[in-house]
Design a protein around this ligand. Structure first.
Ligand code: ATP
Ligand code: MG
Length: 690
C-alpha cells in the first residue's frame, strides 16, 4: 500500500451501494403485497427455504453397489470455499434432505426436532454449521430474500400509550408481515393472491402473531375502533437479513452445567426494568422475547449435545417445540417457524437408551444417523483438505494420509462373516476395488450383515490431532517431509491414553490393525520401487518380445531363432518359467497360460490391433517382477543401506529416484527415504513376492 493512498476511492471502489439499498428496503404493507405478488417465494417458511437452498446448488447422481445415490453439492460447502465440506456421507445426507423435503411440503417432520446421531467426531456439528451458514447466506441473496416488520407510531401521545414512548417497536421474533392479516380474512386473501398462479410457491399464512406484536395490534385496533386499514398504516415492512452473530434467525443452544438450565434461555425472560414502565409482569411488552427459540424464528436453531441437557429440561424443550409452538412464561403458546436441529453422540445416546424418557424422545424427533466414513477414498479427503501444500510448510510423502485413513477406516469395520475375507480386503471392496470371486451383490451383502458398522472406531478428530503432532514433533520443531511411519507412530503412541477406548482388547485390536497397515504400506512401496526400477520401457518391451517369441514357438511346436547366433533353438523354458513363476503360474498350468496369451494376441491381430503388454495386467506384472529381479543386482539396492556407494551405482539410483518423483509423486526427500526403506527390507533378506 502506498502512503498516499486515497482511502475514499480505495474503499469506495469496493462498495456496493445498490446491494445496501436492497438490504435496507423499507415499505408499506401495500408495497410488501406487491413484492409478494411479484415473488411469492418471499413468504416461504423456514423448511421450504432450507430445502430450496440445498436444491439450488444442484446434485449429482451415481450408482454404488447397484444402489442409486444422490449427492447434494450444498454439503461440499460451495458458499465458503469448501471449508466445512462433508465427505462420504451421501446416504445419510440424502435421508436428511428427504426429511427436509417432507417437512417443506408439510407432511409432518416440520413438527419434530431433527436429531443428528452418531459417534464422536462424525461431522454432526459440521453439518449443523453448514446449514446455519447456508441459511444466513441465502437470506442475503435475491432468491432467498425474506421480510419482517415493525410498528411505527409518529403521534407522540399515541406512541406513549402504546409503545411506552418509543416511536418504533420491532417484531422481536422477526415475524412474517402477512401474519398481520386477521384469521377471518386470511382464506379469501390467500385465494386472491394465489389466483391464476399455476406453478411456483403458493402463499400460505400460518400462526398467530407473537404476544407483544399481538398486544400492540389489539391496542391499535381498539384505538381505531376496529378499522384494520388504519392499523396497518403503522406497519413498516423491512427486509430480514439473518445473522448468527446478530442473533437474528439463527440460534445455538449449548448445555452448561445442569443447575443453570433454565427455560428462560429458550423462550425469553421478564424485563424487570420495563415492568415498572408497564405496571404489570404479564404485559408482553415487559417481556424479552429473546430466548433461543424466539430469536431463531424464521431460520434455524441448533441444540448442541442435546442429550447432555438435564432430563427435566429436555422434556421442556421437546414439549416446547412440539407442534412448533413454544410457551414463554406467563404467555400463551407462540407459533414458531424454524428448523430445529439437535445432535448427540453415540455414547450419550446409548446411556439413555433404556430410559423411559427415550420413548418420548423418539416420538418427537426424527433421528438421522451420521456414521463414520467407511470408504477409504472419502476419508482421505478429510485430511487432504486440512493438510495440503497451501496450508502447511512441510511436504507429505505419498501414502501418508492414505495410510492414516486406512487405519481409521479399518478400526470402524466389523469383521466379515465370510471366513476367506480379511478386514483389509473388505476395506478394499468397500473402496470400489474388485476382488476375484466377489460381485457387487456380495459387497451389498457384506454391508447388510453388519449391525453397528461406522458407529464405532477411531474418529477423524483423533487422526487430525495426530497428524498435527507428527508435523511439529521432530527435534527441529517441524519436519521437512512427513512420512507414514511418523504418523503411524503418533497414532500408536496416542492409543495408550485414548479416553474413548473402553477395553484392553479393543486397544490391542487397534494396535494389530496398525501392523496390518504397515504391512500394506510395505507392499505398496516395495511394488512402487520395483516398478520404478523396471520402468525402463525399452528393456521391458525387449523382455516381452522375447517371452512372446518363445511362447509362440512353444505353442506351435517350433524353434526360435537365436538373435545372436542366428541358429534355431528350442524355446527357452527357463526364461518363460522365470517370468510365469512371478505370478504363481504352476508348472501344471503353464500350457494353459501360454495358450491364453497367444489366443489373446491372435484375437487382437484379427481386429488389426497390436499387442501391448500394458493391457494385460497379469503379464505386465510378471514382466515387471522379472525385470526387477534381473536389475536389482546391477543397481545394488542393498548397498544403499551402507554409506559408501560407488559412482556407477549412484547414477542408477538417481535414475530410479527421478522415476519415483516423476511417476509416483515423491519429492527428493521422500524418494530417498523410501529407497532406503525398501533397501532395508531387501537387506533383511525379505524376498517375499507380492
Ligand atoms: N464425513 C466427514 N467429512 C468431512 N469432515 C469430517 C467428516 N467426519 C468428520 N470430519 C471432520 O472431523 C472433525 C470433527 O467433526 P465435528 O466436530 O463436526 O464432529 P461431531 O460429530 O460434531 O463430533 P462430537 O460428537 O464430538 O461433537 C471436523 O474437523 C470435521 O471436519
Ligand atoms: Mg459436535
Amino acid at each position: 500500500m502506498s502512503s498516499s493512498m486515497d482511502i475514499k476511492s480505495f474503499i469506495g471502489g469496493m462498495q456496493d451501494l445498490e446491494k445496501h439499498r436492497k438490504f435496507h428496503w423499507t415499505g408499506t404493507f401495500q408495497e410488501y403485497l406487491d413484492v409478494v405478488r411479484e415473488n411469492p417465494e418471499v413468504t416461504r417458511n423456514a423448511f421450504q427455504r432450507l430445502y430450496d437452498l440445498i436444491q439450488s446448488f444442484g446434485m449429482e447422481e451415481y450408482v454404488e453397489f447397484k444402489k442409486k445415490i444422490v449427492s447434494y453439492n450444498f454439503f461440499k460447502d460451495p458458499i465458503d470455499n469448501g471449508k466445512d465440506a462433508v465427505f462420504g456421507l451421501d446416504v445419510s445426507l440424502m435421508k436428511l434432505v428427504n426429511v427436509l423435503k417432507a417437512a417443506a411440503q408439510g407432511y409432518g417432520p416440520e413438527k419434530r426436532v431433527i436429531l443428528l446421531h452418531g459417534p464422536v467426531g462424525s461431522s454432526k456439528s459440521t453439518i449443523a454449521r453448514l446449514i446455519k451458514k447456508g441459511v444466513e447466506w441465502y437470506s442475503h441473496t435475491e432468491e432467498g430474500a425474506l421480510y419482517t416488520f415493525k410498528w411505527s407510531i409518529d403521534d407522540a401521545d399515541l406512541a406513549k400509550k402504546i409503545l411506552g414512548g418509543a416511536k418504533e417497536f420491532v417484531s422481536p421474533m422477526h415475524e412474517e408481515p402477512l401474519k398481520l392479516i386477521p384469521y377471518d380474512y386470511r382464506k379469501k386473501f390467500v385465494e386472491e393472491i394465489n389466483r391464476g398462479r399455476k406453478e411456483g410457491h403458493r402463499v400460505a399464512i400460518e400462526g398467530d402473531l407473537c404476544p407483544p406484536t399481538q398486544f400492540i395490534f389489539d391496542a391499535l385496533m381498539n384505538h381505531y375502533s376496529g378499522d384494520w386499514t388504519k392499523v396497518i398504516d403503522h406497519v413498516k415492512v423491512t427486509r430480514l437479513l439473518l445473522s448468527e452473530k446478530g442473533r437474528v434467525g439463527i440460534g445455538t443452544f449449548q448445555p452448561k452445567d445442569e443447575k443453570n438450565q433454565d427455560s428462560t434461555e429458550l423462550t425469553g425472560d421478564i424485563n424487570y426494568r420495563k415492568i415498572a414502565e408497564y405496571g404489570s409482569d404479564s404485559d408482553p411488552r415487559a417481556f424479552n422475547f429473546d430466548g433461543e427459540f424466539n430469536i431463531a424464528n424464521r431460520g434455524v436453531v441448533e441444540f448442541i449435545e442435546v442429550l447432555k441437557l438435564d432430563v427435566a429440561f429436555l422434556y421442556d424443550l421437546l414439549g416446547a417445540s412440539q407442534e412448533h409452538k413454544v410457551k414463554p412464561k406467563k404467555f400463551p403458546q407462540t407459533d414458531i417457524d424454524e428448523v430445529i436441529i439437535g445432535h448427540t453422540n453415540e455414547p450419550e445416546y446409548r446411556k439413555l437408551q433404556n430410559n423411559e424418557f427415550m420413548e418420548a424422545l423418539r416420538d418427537r424427533t426424527v433421528k438421522i444417523d451420521v456414521p463414520y466414513i467407511t470408504k477409504l477414498n472419502e476419508e482421505v479427503k478429510i485430511y487432504r483438505k486440512d493438510f495440503n501444500p497451501r496450508k502447511i510448510k512441510a511436504s507429505i510423502a505419498p501414502h501418508t494420509i492414505e495410510m492414516a485413513s486406512m487405519w481409521a477406516v479399518l478400526t470402524r469395520l466389523e469383521p466379515p462373516k465370510k471366513a476367506n475375507l480379511t478386514l483389509l480386503q473388505k476395506l478394499k471392496l468397500y473402496n470400489g476395488k474388485t476382488l476375484p470371486g466377489f460381485t457387487e451383490d456380495n459387497v451389498r451383502e457384506l454391508r447388510k450383515e453388519t449391525t453397528r458398522e461406522g458407529m464405532e472406531g477411531i474418529s477423524p478428530r483423533y487422526i487430525q490431532d495426530k497428524i498435527s503432532n507428527a508435523l511439529v514433533n521432530s527435534k527441529e520443531g517441524s519436519v521437512a517431509c512427513l512420512n507414514p511411519f511418523m504418523v503411524l507412530n503418533e497414532l500408536e503412541g496416542g492409543l495408550r491414553h485414548h479416553s474413548l477406548i473402553s477395553s484392553e482388547e479393543r486397544r490391542k485390536h487397534y494396535r494389530d490393525l496398525l501392523q496390518v497397515v504397515k504391512q500394506e504400506y510395505e507392499d505398496i512401496v516395495k511394488s512402487e520401487v520395483q516398478r520404478a526400477i523396471s520402468a525402463d520401457e525399452e528393456a521391458m518391451a525387449r523382455l516381452c518380445a522375447n517371452y512372446i517369441d518363445n511362447v509362440k514357438a512353444f505353442t506351435q511346436r517350433e524353434r526360435v531363432k537365436n538373435k545372436f547366433t542366428g541358429q534355431d533353438e528350442e524355446p527357452d523354458e527357463r526364461l518363460m518359467r522365470s517370468i510365469e513363476e512371478k505370478i504363481d503360474i504352476p508348472e501344471s498350468r503353464k500350457d494353459d497360460f501360454r495358450r491364453e496369451v497367444m489366443n489373446y494376441i491372435g484375437a487382437l491381430a484379427l481386429e488389426g490391433r497390436q499387442f501391448d503388454y500394458k493391457t494385460n495386467e497379469r503379464l505386465h506384472k510378471a514382466l515387471e517382477l522379472k525385470l526387477f529381479e534381473d536389475q536389482k543386482d546391477t543397481i545394488k539396492l542393498t548397498s544403499l543401506v551402507s554409506s559408501v556407494v560407488d559412482q556407477a551405482t549412484q547414477e542408477k539410483i538417481d535414475v530410479v529416484k527421478a522415476r519415483l518423483i516423476k511417476y509416483y509423486g515423491y519429492d527428493e526427500v521422500s524418494a530417498t527415504d523410501v529407497l532406503n526403506y525398501v533397501a532395508s527390507i531387501f537387506a533383511r533378506g525379505d524376498v517375499k513376492r507380492k
